[in-house]
Design a protein around this ligand. Structure first.
Ligand code: GLP
Length: 251
């Protein structure tokens, strides 16, 4: 895995946005995998700015978001779908029909996950998957567990993850759904390239666990060691628990 460490969270976000922009320049009809979360806000701000300045063209791209809360319809303002509309999709020229989401309001969860998998496959798979990471090393909503699911599925959220998402629900933990639909780990590993961004000290332990040379279902992001093209973009605090050598420090 290629690691790049930046002085500030903003620099890291700009590097992640630049990776997306470079992918679009190489292949305008790229299929992108996209995450939500606070870390992505600066990335999406920068992508909106790059679009505004004429550098990033999304007109032929397709996007697949990683996850959605069970029970929330796309138009629910607390949904990840609404998050994406607000922070990215309404600010760029991505056609609405090119936005792909797991529908948290679907009646049959398995059918919905199968449909999502078929859509990714029908578009030839993801060219670039952008990932954030949870403090417990979850990716998408693949939580630490005895076994990880290869394909998209319904999952139970860890308490820590529900706490981390409470701000979307007015700070009320009791209102955060207990279940979500998420892209599977195998689906993520099928992406042709992966860029993971993490900023802040609270992610340092999770990032460190990706570089211990072991793959553990207790640390879902550690499976990315199996992927041949992963770039990990960090700010200094998130890099605190990295092994001391072997990375390309840009700070
Ligand atoms: C959520 C999302 C993940 C995201 C993680 C980190 O749980 N399901 O895809 O990577 O949060 O979020 P943040 O950037 O807010 O720390």
């Amino acid at each position: 895995m290629n690691i790049r460490v930046f002085q500030t969270a903003e620099d890291a976000a700009h590097a992640a946005a630049a990776a997306v922009t470079a992918q679009l320049a190489r292949k305008p009809a790229s299929v992108l995998g996209l995450p939500t979360g606070r870390t992505t806000l600066a990335v999406y701000d920068e992508l909106a700015r790059l679009h505004e300045s004429g550098t990033a063209d999304f007109s032929r791209a397709h996007t697949f978001n990683l996850d959605e809360f069970v029970g929330l319809a796309a138009n629910d303002k607390r949904s990840y779908c609404a998050f994406m509309q607000k922070h990215l999709f309404t600010r760029i020229n991505l056609p609405g029909s090119h936005i792909h989401f797991l529908n948290g309001g679907a009646r049959n969860h398995q059918e919905e996950c199968d449909r999502f998998e078929r859509e990714i496959a029908a578009l030839g798979g993801m060219d670039l998957l952008l990932l954030g990471i949870g403090a417990n090393a979850h990716i998408g909503f693949n939580e630490p567990a005895h076994a990880l699911h290869a394909r998209s599925h319904k999952t139970r959220l860890a308490l820590a993850t529900r706490r981390a998402n409470a701000s979307l629900f007015g700070g009320r933990l009791d209102r955060v759904p207990r279940e979500a639909l998420t892209m599977g780990i195998g689906t993520m590993l099928d992406a042709r390239a992966v860029v993971l961004i993490a900023t802040g000290r609270e992610k340092a332990r999770a990032i460190g666990s990706m570089f211990e040379g072991r793959i553990s279902t207790d640390r879902p992001a550690s499976v990315l060691q199996l992927h041949p093209r992963v770039e990990v973009i960090l700010d200094l605090p998130a890099a605190e628990k990295l092994p001391q050598s072997g990375f390309d420090a840009q700070a």
